[in-house]
Design a protein around this ligand. Structure first.
Ligand code: KG4
Ligand code: ZN
Length: 319
């Protein structure tokens, strides 16, 4: 990897979340500079590039359009193949960015602010959704619960930090759907349960000295459901490898629990370094390079593709 430029939009913190219109306007302003600095950092010229990769789904349509139209412009100007990549494909293989090639089939847990899903992955372009959240994503649960405690946005990192000094058994929050015979998740019950708990026990606001215990107990509930269901799916589909990705895969307790539990079954867990857990361009480029070598440049000459806000459903073979 020669460069991985991330342009963060800090102003969303002001609103407690992402404002779609502001996001796409800001993308328009920065995209050209981001591409320039990616090339500059890589000490490369555009004439040395073999192909362009771009995220086309899922996500905010405005932001996806800015990226895909810019990429199409470059592809026309420099006569290059263009590889549309699903953002989730990037998260699936973000751990392999450092670890290299992987063994198929594998089980992938993608956990972010917008997704909580388990995929059975048969190749770099063949994904089957075997479980997903029926309501909130795990990252959303972290963020919403952190907001109740006044910890700011995004809340996951703050909960993780505070939980390190807390007792994970202090409070018993629900592990929804844990004992159901499927690979789906639900996190909205946990969120409601924490809200009622805080209202009932601390109507004037929870004292700060209890934040570590509350955060550790919430984190334990989330990590337990995620790791147990992921492991069960790996056993059911005879996969010896689990890969995790997405912002929540940075969570220290989830990483530790998955490693501990999978060791017993001899299952390998591939986890991204912290910098690749969050959204990044390197993971999109990595998947695209694999598709390019699997399918050849001729597959990617079509500029007639569009963007979509929708996540992967069912089984999908994405070129
Ligand atoms: O993948 P990502 O950067 O963006 C999306 O595509 O959503 O994930 C962002 C999410 C946020 O909900 C954030 O709170 C969560 O990842 N997150 C964490 C941690 N770091 C980021 N959640 C729990 N523990 C963390 N250490
Ligand atoms: Zn993401």
């Amino acid at each position: 990897m020669l460069s991985n430029i991330i342009s963060s939009q800090d102003f969303h913190t002001l609103y407690g979340g992402i404002v779609p219109e502001l996001a796409s306007r800001s993308h328009t302003e920065v995209i050209s500079k981001v591409v320039d600095s990616a090339l500059e950092t890589a000490k490369s010229k555009i004439s040395e590039i073999d192909a362009i990769a771009v995220t086309t789904s899922p996500g905010l349509v405005g932001s996806l359009l800015v990226g895909s139209n810019f990429a199409k412009g470059l592809a026309i100007k420099y006569n290059l193949p263009i590889i549309p990549v699903n953002h989730i494909e990037g998260h699936i293989f973000s751990g392999n960015l450092q670890k290299g090639d992987t063994e198929f089939p594998l089980i992938s847990l993608v956990v972010s602010g917008g997704h909580t899903a388990i995929f059975l992955v048969r190749s770099y372009s063949d994904y089957e959704l075997v479980g997903t959240t029926v309501d909130d994503a795990a990252g959303e649960a972290f963020d919403k619960i952190a907001k109740m405690l006044g910890l700011g946005y995004p809340g996951g990192p703050a909960v993780d930090r505070l939980a390190k000094q807390g007792n994970a058994r202090a409070y018993n929050f629900p592990r929804s759907m844990l004992n159901q015979n499927n690979f789906n998740f639900s996190f909205s019950g946990l969120k409601t349960s924490v809200r009622y708990f805080l209202q009932k026990e601390f109507p004037g606001g929870a004292p700060e000295e209890l934040f570590p215990d509350i955060c550790a107990s919430v984190q334990e509930a989330i990590a337990e459901v995620l790791s147990i269901k992921t492991l069960k799916s790996a056993k059911k589909f005879n996969c010896n490898t689990i890969v995790i990705g997405g912002g929540v895969s940075a969570n220290s307790r989830l990483r530790q629990m998955l490693l501990e539990k999978s060791k017993k079954y001899g299952i390998r867990v591939v986890m991204p370094n912290m910098e690749y857990c969050i959204d990044n361009a390197a993971m999109i480029g990595f998947v695209a390079s694999k598709k390019l070598s699997e399918l050849g440049a001729d597959t990617f000459l079509d500029l007639d593709f569009t963007v979509s806000p929708n996540a992967i459903r069912g089984r999908k073979v994405i070129p």
